[in-house]
Ligand binder design. Structure first.
Ligand SMILES: [Zn+2]
Length: 430
């Protein structure tokens, strides 16, 4: 029995805009009255709580950044008295101070509600059994997966991460139908299920991956070993409640995001001007009903694009693309903003190519910039293929990124490998 309890009630784009305008007005006034830091920022930009007359006024508001959060450590941008704070979560940033976010009771309820919407979007039913194998604690948000699941009405199995013996046993004994974990763990689990010959004894239908994107290759492998029907990458960040801020539907045409909870803009990370629908930009979010720590034009540093058109599922909820990298990864080449993941995507979907590559940028004597892409041939692929492979890749780069690159196909194993994140971009231009 399918439910339809957590989807928004609005039916038209105009109704959505009305909800967003009300939410924006409330948020600006709440932030102005609740936080000295926000009041200062808003005053400096000359926009007060009474100045938000339409959604166009969003563009007049100042950006909020990770620095604003760090400056106010330990409880930055808090807009309610402490007696209304019922929980904190923190994000384990790689540098500097952690970002700590405070939640009110309503924030927790709202999060549970829209997380339940994720399960509804993935077409779960109350018959489903959800094995939640992500972390629980201050840094992680397993509790979000769980509250959403309980609110939705499916059965939560709060397994926590790791412990493959236990995970496999739960899959068999409890007949879990949905697995929530990181993509890497999903892959390990798939190989473990395969090694133990359990595929016919389990009943897994869906996988929801948190905190880390799954690659096409990973998905194909998991599909083969586990026989699952649908896989989803769930987006989200601690600053904006946590995971669950949207989900693709079973048509997998992009992520439907909860535009009644937050406004999503994309901006050019250099000029901070909005990018057009369909164009890649930095994702900027403004919360519409967040009490503890509302966000006003928060720069996420994540790159994505808004997807035009309608989804075959008929949902009125707008869509954004998968996350396409971080703004720090951006390369400007001959006036075009390029993200290594762009090229990564092209190479990883080219047959005969391994997953190792390098992008080298040079400025030659003619003053122009040149790009060389070194791509490894796949293991056991004949070097006679080199020319055809490089032509194919160059054409695809030209077609999808609109730049010319000299593509060199090199022997399998000839590019350096690292257990940590490999350096893949070499910019020799300065
Ligand atoms: Zn859809």
């Amino acid at each position: 029995m399918r439910t339809n309890r957590f989807m928004p009630e609005f039916k038209t784009a105009q109704e959505l805009r009305d909800i967003q305008l009300k939410g924006l007005q409330w948020t600006v006034s709440h932030a102005y009255n609740g936080s000295e830091h926000y009041r200062k920022k808003l005053s400096q930009s000359g926009v007060g709580p009474n100045d938000i007359k339409s959604l166009d006024d969003l563009a007049r508001l100042p950006f909020t950044t990770a620095d604003d959060l760090r400056e106010g450590y330990p409880f930055p941008l808090l807009c309610v008295p402490f007696d209304q704070v019922v929980r904190i979560h923190a994000s384990s940033g790689t540098t500097g101070k952690k970002k700590v976010l405070c939640y009110t009771k309503k924030d927790i309820d709202d999060w549970a509600h829209f997380f339940a919407r994720c399960y509804e979007m993935a077409e779960l039913t109350s018959q489903d059994r959800v094995q939640i194998a992500v972390g629980y604690g201050v840094w992680t948000a397993g509790v979000g997966f769980q509250l959403g699941c309980e609110k939705f009405g499916a059965m939560a199995i709060p397994a926590g991460p790791g412990n493959m013996d236990m995970q496999c046993q739960f899959l068999v004994d409890f007949q879990s139908t949905v697995m929530c974990c990181t993509a890497s763990m999903g892959l390990l689990l798939a190989e473990e299920v395969n090694r133990r010959g359990l595929k016919d004894k389990i009943n897994l239908k869906q996988m929801i991956f948190g905190s880390e994107r799954s690659s096409e290759a990973m998905r194909a492998r998991m599909r083969e070993l586990l026989g699952v029907e649908h896989m989803f990458d769930i987006p989200g960040m601690t600053e904006l409640y946590g995971p669950g801020t949207g989900l693709d539907c079973v048509h997998h045409t992009g992520i439907h995001y909860w535009a009644d909870y937050y406004i999503l803009e994309t901006v050019d990370p250099e000029t901070l001007q909005p990018t057009a629908e369909g164009e890649i930009g930095e994702m900027v979010v403004t919360s519409l009903r967040k009490e503890g720590v509302p966000l006003i034009r928060y720069r996420t540093r994540d790159l994505t694009r808004l997807l035009p058109g309608e989804c075959p599922c008929g949902s009125i909820l707008p869509r954004h693309d998968r996350l396409l990298g971080r703004t720090d990864d951006m390369i400007t080449f001959r006036g075009v903003n390029i993200y290594p993941r762009h090229i990564d995507n092209i190479l990883s979907t080219t047959r005969g190519i391994s997953c190792e590559y390098q992008i080298v940028l040079d400025r030659k004597n003619d003053g122009k910039d040149y790009m060389t892409v070194k791509a490894e041939r796949g293991q056991n692929v004949d070097s006679a293929q080199n020319d055809a492979l490089s032509r194919n890749i160059a054409t695809r780069i030209k077609h999808s990124i609109l730049v010319s690159a000299d593509v060199q196909v090199v022997d399998y194993g000839s590019l350096p490998r690292s257990e940590k994140k490999s350096k893949r971009v070499f910019d020799n231009r300065d």
